[in-house]
Design a binder for this molecule. Structure first.
Ligand SMILES: NC(=O)c1ccc[n+]([C@@H]2O[C@H](COP(=O)([O-])OP(=O)(O)OC[C@H]3O[C@@H](n4cnc5c(N)ncnc54)[C@H](O)[C@@H]3O)[C@@H](O)[C@H]2O)c1
Length: 286
């Protein structure tokens, strides 16, 4: 079935990622319906989008009028049935396979047969999620990076049964959102995480092997390898817990020792040293 022209986008789950994706959608001119589990969480997301767009106005990167029109394109609901007329729904709920399967089978009943369903999962199989709907051809991955409004990449993930139309429609949406989309297949970690997670784990193992300080390791990789940010700074920014979880998920699927989180950061996670968000990780933050 040909993919519809995308005019209206549904975003399900307005946490860190969904809020950013909804912002991108309204800025790109799409009518957007955000679905959260409570009105309060929806309102919170709306305030965050309004705040970020205000910052763009303050920096003269957006006019006050454009901000108002963009915000007028965003509506909120707690009722999935309100997504019935969406041409594309992007799911960004918690990273739990059971929750995603339940949501996709519910979405399958609610939206039109020709609507495309996308998941922003980082570590789950898009093919497995797609198996929960009657026509898996309409399911793709749209893997945005955090923070979604600022990170240029979106990985457009082709699952085993995704149709060309669905993949190309998602790609075109990524482009219209001002991103650099790439196409890839549904393999663990897709492209960036498949490469970056074991690489960061290698870096963290070197901390102990070479008995080097986090500061010196960061200097080594920025000054010696041209990285824009050192590995310890990066893992602190991502969140130690998020990195451990992503490493465990990749290790579980690929069984390559480099994927497994080094014991040092598992201990940090267990001690509540989560990086920037908890005030302490490899470094201390105010
Ligand atoms: N945080 C990242 O760095 C990052 C990067 C890329 C992809 N992802 C992926 O994006 C997804 C969301 O991650 P996040 O960090 O934004 O999580 P988050 O915990 O910040 O947000 C998830 C939101 O989903 C809501 N939710 C849960 N079930 C729902 C449902 N059935 N309907 C509507 N809303 C529901 C929750 O209330 C919460 O607000 C996950 O699959 C994650 O793997 C995260």
């Amino acid at each position: 079935m040909p993919a519809p022209e995308i005019r209206t986008i549904g975003v399900v789950g307005l946490g860190s990622m969904g809020t950013g994706i909804a912002q991108l959608a309204i800025e790109a001119g799409y009518e957007t319906i955000g679905r959260e589990v409570t009105d309060e969480l929806g309102q919170q997301a709306h305030r965050r989008v309004a705040h970020f767009l205000q910052r763009k106005v303050d920096k003269e990167r957006m006019s006050a009028n454009d901000r108002q029109s963009a915000l007028a394109r965003l509506s909120l609901t707690t009722d999935l049935a309100d997504l019935a007329d969406c041409d594309l729904v992007i799911e960004a709920i918690v990273e739990d396979l059971g929750d995603k399967l339940a949501l996709f089978s519910e979405l399958d009943r609610v939206v039109r047969d020709d609507a495309i369903l996308a998941t922003n999962t980082s570590a789950l199989s898009v093919t497995e999620i797609a198996a929960s709907v009657a026509a898996p051809a309409r399911v793709v991955g749209m893997h945005f990076f955090n923070p979604a409004p600022l990170m240029p990449l979106v990985e457009i993930v082709r699952a085993e049964l995704s149709s060309d139309e669905a993949v190309e429609a998602a790609y075109a949406v990524g482009e219209r959102m001002g991103k650099h989309p790439i196409r890839c297949n549904d393999t663990p970690g897709f492209v960036v995480n498949r490469v970056l997670i074991p690489l960061l784990n290698d870096c963290l193992r070197v901390l102990d092997e070479a008995r080097v300080s986090p500061d010196d390791l960061d200097t080594a990789m920025t000054a010696g390898a041209g990285w824009p940010m050192g590995p310890c700074t990066l893992v602190d920014l991502v969140g130690i817990d998020v990195h451990v979880h992503a490493s465990e998920a990749l290790y579980e699927k690929l069984r390559e020792p480099r994927m497994a989180p080094p014991p040092r950061i598992v201990a940090m996670k267990n001690a509540g040293l989560l990086g920037r968000k908890s005030g302490r990780g490899f470094y201390t933050y105010d």
